[in-house]
Design a protein around this ligand. Structure first.
Ligand code: FPP
Ligand code: MG
Length: 297
């Protein structure tokens, strides 16, 4: 069924412009988490495939813009569109994908289209927050959680909620599932930036701090360090790290328990997501959470 989502995404671009299609074909597909959720919640038919393709077009657009904003040369292990064709092309391909997504969204009910449209607006607010928070060291957990909710969880929440609306299921329960899954997902993503190597990640490792992003493990780490170590860590903020500095950060992240604490919180959110859909037993949706939170870090 995911193949039908891929095909529909491609057809949506193909009917617009052949050059845009050639660029679209260079995008790596990724996990298609949002599409999978929609198909698992709403079942697999023409409408759910269409909704899934819309959300994935919008998600792809957000990553195209994000790579320009983050000045990122790689996406999912290959050169990003901005790296190959430049920022202008990446931004315009993103604009084509998300506005086409919005155009197709008008065929759904007002409740569904508003759920998705509001989420995309919030996504942009979240990305703006991320940009602002990256300008100086952020140690405020509340701001971090607000930012990752908007930047990441909101679209996953909207995918789950709109799929539930489509299938006349409990929209609030599935929205809560999506929100908690999204929060846990971003926290894990922030942990993996520290614990994984570049090859496995498909992008440079230990990059967030260099980019100015004080993610949850860094916030926890600062809370646990003494003044000397805290000052040492501050001198590495936004700096290109050498081997020794990278190794030091990785080791204090583990020793201080900052990684374990972050993973524990992601797991708690994962179990809350499972709790939200307890009544509507769905093994595939449970597996999505379990695969994410029961892995080794
Ligand atoms: C990746 O975060 C970025 C996002 C999840 C959201 C990006 C959203 C926008 C650019 C708003 C604009 C929206 C549209 C539809 C054009 P990250 O940088 O933490 O993760 P990464 O390591 O995968 O880049
Ligand atoms: Mg990025």
């Amino acid at each position: 069924m995911l193949v039908r989502v891929e095909t529909l995404m491609r057809e949506s671009v193909a009917e617009l412009d052949i050059y845009a299609l050639s660029l679209f074909d260079k995008l790596p597909a990724g996990k298609r988490l949002r599409a999978k959720l929609i198909l698992k919640i709403a079942g697999e038919d023409e409408e759910s495939v269409k909704l899934a393709s819309i959300i994935e077009l919008i998600h792809a657009a957000s990553l195209l813009h994000d790579d320009v904003i983050d000045d990122s040369d790689t996406r999912r292990g290959i050169a990003s569109i901005n790296a190959i064709f430049g920022n202008k092309t990446a931004i315009m391909l993103g604009d084509i994908l998300y506005s086409k997504g919005f155009s197709e969204l008008t065929s759904f009910s007002q409740e569904i289209s508003k759920t998705v449209a509001d989420a995309v607006t919030m996504l942009s607010v979240g990305e703006l927050m991320d940009v602002e928070l990256s300008k100086s060291l952020n140690m405020n957990q509340e701001l971090y959680f607000d930012m990752i909710y908007k930047k990441t969880a909101v679209l996953i929440e909207a995918a789950a909620k709109s799929a539930a609306l489509l299938a006349a299921k409990d929209a609030d329960a599935f929205a809560l599932y999506g929100k908690n899954l999204g929060l846990a997902f971003q926290i894990i993503d922030d942990v993996l930036d520290i614990t994984m190597d570049s090859e496995t990640l498909g992008k440079p490792a230990l990059h967030d701090f260099e980019e100015g992003k004080t993610t949850l493990p860094y916030i926890y780490l600062f809370e646990s360090l003494d003044e000397v170590q805290s000052n040492k860590l501050k001198t590495l903020y936004k700096k290109r790290l050498n081997k020794e500095e990278s190794a030091w950060i990785k080791s204090i992240m583990t020793e201080s328990g900052a990684i374990a604490k972050s993973v524990k919180l992601a797991q708690k959110l994962g179990y809350e997501a499972l709790g939200a859909i307890k009544v509507d037993k769905n093994e595939a949706l449970e597996a999505v959470i379990k695969n994410m939170i029961e892995r080794e870090f």
